[in-house]
Each structure stands twice: as structure tokens, then as C-alpha cells.
Design a binder for this molecule. Structure first.
Ligand SMILES: Cc1cc2nc3c(=O)[nH]c(=O)nc-3n(C[C@H](O)[C@H](O)[C@H](O)COP(=O)(O)O)c2cc1C
Length: 401
């Protein structure tokens, strides 16, 4: 069976005279080799997923059920979670015919820095329940793939090494409690060499993620992993996610004034993550924000906010090209990215896909997910008659009524 498949691939490669000739396939960085043999490609479990979707069942098979639920779940009815995917189905591509696409260039420039491709890794807390030392493992994969990572922190060694791409640090605003804590936070990031601050605006409270509530998931397990005993039992959680708690905070939550204060304090680009409406996009311009990520936190915060791709056009229109607009939420395909770029996004973030790769194969899995997604985007760009990012215009899509 296997040898039949192998022969078929060899015949196919020979037919096209492609770079897959002579039983070799293109390089994949995690292997540290310039090329892989067809045999490696066919036999290594890392290369079996046909697309990034195929990583999810592999991750599920490896993960504790509670960690898997924490990873995939959304809030309340998970309506936005479904919308993040179904939103793409309403957008139709209008490919261009007879454009020379023999070379495809994915590079983009963000804040004066050239990225090899327009895909970045979103922040994700709790990586240790998917893989030991999750943040650093992902950071190494990001560096090897020359991909921007928005880090949740704890990657000082990598930052000090100066290796890899640019990193942005995420905060949810706790660091802005007082002018002193804000100053200390900014100084630390500037000293460490982070190249931007990403401020997540949609998490002033943690939503009801009902899978976690039913599982009695303890927040600390995101740091430690799910601590089952020898019999497979989970200990009694000390800080479980609960329902029926009236929301309040001991101090005022961040506002646009906080953004103004932050702006006055640093020259680093400030990126607000979680913007979903034109009015807020305009406030971003007024307060000197450098970039926006249209996001619904992977549908893990307020439910019923729609798919992020649906919110993108109004934010792009409000900003009028003055600052870059990025987006995340449900991106799984090259065509998803192509649609967002056509609607005016500068770059696209992913979280669950690389976390699936992380859970299934560690660093190599993260790299492979990035590799598959960027090559799928390149292929889709070639098929759509758009050989570079600049050629992807609004006219490439129409919205199904
Ligand atoms: C397990 C997990 C943890 C996350 N933690 C954070 C976080 O700490 N800060 C943040 O701004 N967003 C967080 N997010 C949201 C992502 O940054 C991103 O907005 C979203 O998940 C992208 O959608 P996708 O997972 O469908 O690709 C998290 C998402 C997941 C799946």
C-alpha cells in the first residue's frame, strides 16, 4: 500500500519535472536538513497532516481531555466560535486570469520591518498544559520560521540571544495599574528588545467558558499542566473557573486615557488587540495607537460578536490606511488569509492551529503548521493570479448576499 503511494508520487513528480524530482521534497527547517527524501516525507508522522486542520485530532489524541477543552473551547454558546469559521464561507474569491505567477512573494512590511509572510502567532496563555515549557518552545519555532510571535512573556533568554524575528509582548492591562507599574513594564520591554506592545482590550473580565466550568478546570493548570495522579484522578482545584460570580474589579479597568498615558511613555508601537467596531478604530487613531488587531479573542470572551472577518471591513474603512489593521480568529486556510488581505488586513494571526502543532509534535509541529499555512497561502495566491501581497486588492473578493 505504502509503496504504491510512493510510486504514484514519484510518477507524479516526474510528470511535472518539478523540484520533487529524484525523490526529494523541498526543505523543512525543523529537520535542519536542506531537503527531505520522499521516504521521510511519507513515513514521518509530522508530515502526514494534509493541512493544518489535520493537526487537531493529533493534538486531541495527545492531550489531557481537560487541556483539550481549554484549548478548543469558546465562551457560553460558542456562537462566535462557529462564526469565526463560517464568516469565510460568505466571501467569494474572484481570481484574476493570465497573470504571470511563476514567482510568489509573501513578504510584507509592518512598522518598517520586513516579514517573510503575513502570518503571525497570537498570544496564548496556558501553553504549558499543551507542552512543557510551551512559551519558549513556541518562541524557538517562531525564530526558526522567521515568524512574529506575540509573546505572553517568559522568553527572556531568547530575547537576550537576539535570535529570531521581532517579538511583541502582550498585556491585558494589569501592568497599567499605576503610572509606576506602567513605566516599569515599558522599561522592561524596551530593555529586553521587544519591538512592540500589544494591549488586549477584550478581557476586562474572563468570560464563562462553560467547558472549563464543567470540567472544574483550575487556572493554574495552564502553568503546570493538568496534574493527574497515578490513578488518573485530577486533584481538587484550588482556583476553579466558576459560574454565578457577580463581576467587579477592585480598581478601575483601563480606558482610552490609559492608552494616551502609555502613548506618552514609549516610542514602541502600540497595538490594540480586540477592536471590533469603526468607532473604536477611530479612537485608536485619536490616541496615537500604531496598529490594530481585529479580534474576538478566538471567541473566548463576549459571545455573539460575529466572526472577526465580518468586522474587518468597517475597521479598515474607519482607519483609512493610516495604521496597519491586522486580524485573527478562525484562520485555518490560505484562502482565509487571502480573503482577509483582500479586505484590507495587513497580516493575519493564528493561535489554535499552532497550539495543535505544539501539542502534537512540540517545536517541529509549530514550525510545520506555519510552513503548511504559508505554502498554502502562496499556492492560493498563485491560483488567484496575485503573485505578491501588493496585488491582492479589494476586487479579489465579493461578499455573498
Ligand atoms: C488557549 C488560548 C489562550 C489564549 N490566551 C490569550 C491571551 O493570553 N491573551 C490574548 O490576548 N489572547 C489570547 N488568546 C486569543 C488568541 O490570541 C487569538 O486572539 C485567537 O485565539 C485567534 O483565533 P484562533 O485560535 O481561532 O486562531 C488565547 C487563545 C487560546 C486558544
Amino acid at each position: 500500500m505504502r509503496s504504491t503511494r510512493r510510486n504514484a508520487i514519484k510518477q507524479f513528480a516526474a510528470l511535472f519535472g518539478a523540484s520533487t524530482l529524484a525523490g526529494r521534497v523541498p526543505a523543512f527547517r525543523a529537520q535542519g536538513a536542506s531537503e527531505l527524501s520522499i521516504d521521510q516525507y511519507l513515513d514521518d508522522p509530522l508530515f502526514q497532516p494534509a493541512s493544518i486542520m489535520d493537526f487537531e485530532p493529533l493534538a486531541k489524541a495527545k492531550l489531557d481531555k481537560l487541556a483539550y477543552d481549554y484549548l478548543v473551547g469558546g465562551s457560553e454558546d460558542e456562537v462566535s466560535l462557529r462564526d469565526n469559521r463560517s464568516g469565510f464561507d460568505r466571501i467569494i474569491l474572484r481570481p484574476k486570469a493570465l497573470v504571470d505567477v511563476h514567482k510568489i512573494d509573501l513578504s510584507v512590511e509592518v512598522f518598517g520591518q520586513k516579514w517573510e509572510h503575513p502570518i503571525f502567532l497570537c498570544p496564548a496563555g496556558g501553553k504549558n498544559c499543551f507542552h512543557p515549557d510551551g512559551e519558549n518552545t513556541v518562541a524557538r519555532a517562531a525564530a526558526a520560521s522567521k515568524t512574529l510571535q506575540i509573546t505572553n512573556g517568559g522568553i527572556q533568554k531568547l530575547l537576550e540571544s537576539g535570535k529570531g524575528p521581532v517579538w511583541w509582548q502582550v498585556t491585558t492591562g494589569g501592568d497599567f495599574r499605576t503610572p509606576q507599574t506602567m513605566r516599569a513594564f515599558v522599561k522592561r520591554l524596551e530593555d529586553q528588545g521587544c519591538s512592540a506592545i500589544c494591549f488586549t482590550t477584550d478581557i476586562m473580565y474572563v468570560s464563562h467558558r462553560e467547558r472549563n466550568i464543567r470540567n472544574k478546570f483550575d487556572r493554574s493548570w495552564g502553568e503546570t499542566g493538568v496534574p493527574r495522579d497515578a490513578q488518573g484522578n485530577v486533584p481538587r482545584p484550588k482556583n476553579p473557573e466558576l459560574t454565578g460570580i457577580y463581576p467587579s474589579r477592585p480598581a478601575p479597568t483601563p480606558t482610552w486615557e490609559t492608552v494616551r498615558e502609555l502613548r506618552a511613555l514609549t516610542k514602541l508601537p502600540i497595538v490594540l488587540k480586540g477592536i471590533l467596531r469603526a468607532e473604536d478604530a477611530k479612537l485608536c487613531l485619536e490616541t496615537g495607537v500604531s496598529g490594530i488587531i481585529v479580534s474576538n479573542h478566538g471567541a473566548r470572551q463576549l459571545d455573539h460578536v460575529g466572526g472577526t472577518i465580518e468586522a474587518l471591513p468597517e475597521v479598515v474603512d474607519a482607519v483609512g490606511g493610516k495604521i496597519p489593521v491586522m486580524i485573527d480568529g478562525g484562520f485555518r486556510r490560505g484562502t482565509d488569509i487571502l480573503k482577509a488581505l483582500a479586505l484590507g488586513a495587513k497580516a493575519v494571526g493564528i493561535a489554535r492551529p499552532y497550539l495543535f502543532g505544539l501539542a502534537a509534535f512540540g517545536q517541529a509541529g509549530v514550525e510545520r503548521v506555519i510552513h503548511l499555512l504559508r505554502t498554502e497561502l502562496a499556492l492560493n495566491m498563485g491560483l488567484a493570479g496575485t503573485p505578491n501581497i501588493g496585488s491582492i486588492e479589494r476586487s479579489l473578493v465579493r461578499i455573498r448576499s
